[in-house]
Design a binder for this molecule. Structure first.
Ligand code: 5AD
Ligand code: SF4
Length: 442
């Protein structure tokens, strides 16, 4: 049996795509292995979102070239493959396959060709492609990533994703429900629905609120999450479905990008500061105890001190539980690269703003987390903690990381814990007995 190893970079969509590729190749007679050494086929599933994501892959390809056994096929898949296409074959002579996100169906045939010494680039978009007949080979045992939408129809001016993943298209609701039933039958109790702007989901008949209600009702499912939504696609219907479906967790990752209306306009985010705040208010009003996290970019072209201050002030106003912060990275071909050169924010200014933003966000999450010590909640044990003997990493419904004592058997189980300590970012929890409601008389 030939063996295949896939190394994954980037977002959950890529993790999910790697699961699909592994599944497809297994059904074609490949054995999956967990290291590149000795593998017959090595695929690097790449991200293109920022320059440093691509640099990491280029460095990694250099290392792999030394590790590979003679005759092994080396391929690049994912967003960087889509972005660079045949250019990658020219710049890295060891790479034999370049396969974009809509062309994974061709992988077995392309690999066969590569084993005969040929080199290919396959980067056509396929608007019908959802890999419905592939059976994902899942490695994470506790939760399942389920793609519900591929591509993106927004045109945020910094973003390469519309180029690398093509136009938006949604899977049929019935297919998503079927896959959810399958993973639940395998013992998985948490599902995360994936899409680039997942709440704009529409399969022609059903919108995202229908999807949340239908998937959320699958028997045996205990937790439903989704990522990442766009603020403009939070219709009242979607918020109501979220609030009224008990399995949907009380957490939203709501990318903000900037707190300044003029910056948001240059980013073509299609909402103002006030509209973002309004979205937050509507979500919080409908869903008590909602955890809220975000993405923010600093140093986008033309960002003034005042505009950056507005980002800080919106963070203070919203009080996010957590945030991912990024320094703007110019991506070839995106509209941001065509903005006037004098709009470029000097690197030292970007660094200073990044540090200031990070400190502000840290301070807010620390305060929020400290205030929750003593609270009791339910967590799902996910995996062994990176640090601390006998400690396991668990998650609350509102997306807090809680370290709990456990054993390998604890993974996948639900615990009731009291939050007894916090580093400011993560918690430690002590198991407590679950409070049972008294049976009704009569
Ligand atoms: N530069 C920096 N950050 C970016 N993101 C997307 N494109 C860029 C870019 N060119 C960030 C956004 C997005 C997250 C996934 O990555 O914040 O929400
Ligand atoms: Fe990276 Fe975006 Fe592609 Fe995900 S969709 S791998 S974040 S470029």
């Amino acid at each position: 049996m030939p063996s295949v190893y896939i190394e994954t970079y980037g977002c959950q969509m890529n993790v999910s795509d790697s699961e699909l590729m592994y599944g497809k190749l297994r059904s074609e007679g490949y054995e999956t292995v967990d290291a590149p050494q000795g593998a017959d086929v090595v695929l690097v599933n790449t991200c293109a979102i920022r320059e440093n994501a691509e640099q990491r892959v280029i460095g990694r390809l250099g290392e792999l070239r030394r590790d590979l056994k003679p005759g092994a096929v080396l391929g690049v898949t994912g967003c960087m493959a889509q972005r660079l296409g045949p250019r990658l074959l020219e710049t890295d002579t060891r790479v034999q396959l370049v396969v974009g996100p809509d062309a994974y169906r061709m992988l077995p045939a392309l690999i066969e060709g590569a084993r005969q010494g040929e080199r290919f680039s396959a980067t056509d978009f396929d608007l019908e492609e959802h890999y419905e007949d592939f059976t994902a080979r899942r490695f994470e045992g506790v939760k399942a990533w389920i793609p519900v939408q591929r591509g993106c129809d927004y045109r945020c001016t910094y973003c390469i994703v519309p180029t690398t993943r093509g136009p938006e298209r949604s899977r049929r609701l019935a297919d998503v429900v079927r896959e959810t039933r399958e993973v639940v039958a395998q013992g998985i109790t948490e599902v995360v629905l994936l899409g680039q702007t997942v709440n704009s989901y529409h399969d022609g008949t059903h919108d995202f609120s229908d999807l949340l209600r239908a998937v959320g009702a699958v028997e045996g499912l205990r937790r439903l999450r989704y990522t990442s939504p766009h603020p403009n696609d939070f219709s009242d219907r979607v918020i109501a479905a979220m609030a009224e479906t008990p399995t949907v967790c009380e957490h939203v990752h709501l990318p903000m990008q900037s707190g300044s209306t003029s910056m948001l306009k240059r980013m073509l985010r299609r909402y103002t500061r006030e509209e973002y705040l309004d979205c937050v208010s509507r979500l919080r009003a409908a869903i008590p105890g909602l955890g809220l996290t975000t993405d923010i970019i600093v140093g986008f072209p033309g960002e003034t001190d005042e505009e950056f201050e507005e980002t800080l002030s919106l963070c203070r106003e919203v009080r996010f539980d957590d945030a991912f912060t990024f320094k703007f990275s110019a991506r070839e071909g995106t509209p941001a690269t065509r903005m006037p050169a004098e709009w470029t924010v000097p690197p030292e200014v970007v660094d200073a703003r990044y540090d200031a933003l990070f400190a502000t966000l840290r301070g807010i999450s620390r305060e929020r987390n400290m205030a929750r010590l003593g609270e009791r909640l339910e967590v799902l044990v996910e995996k062994e903690a990176r640090k601390g003997e006998g400690l396991y990493q668990a998650r609350s419904r509102d997306f807090k990381t809680v370290l709990v004592p456990g054993t390998p058997e604890s993974v996948g189980t639900y615990l009731h814990v009291e939050l007894t300590g916090t580093t400011g970012a993560t918690f430690t929890g002590t198991p407590v007995a679950e409070r049972h409601a008294l049976p009704m008389a009569g």
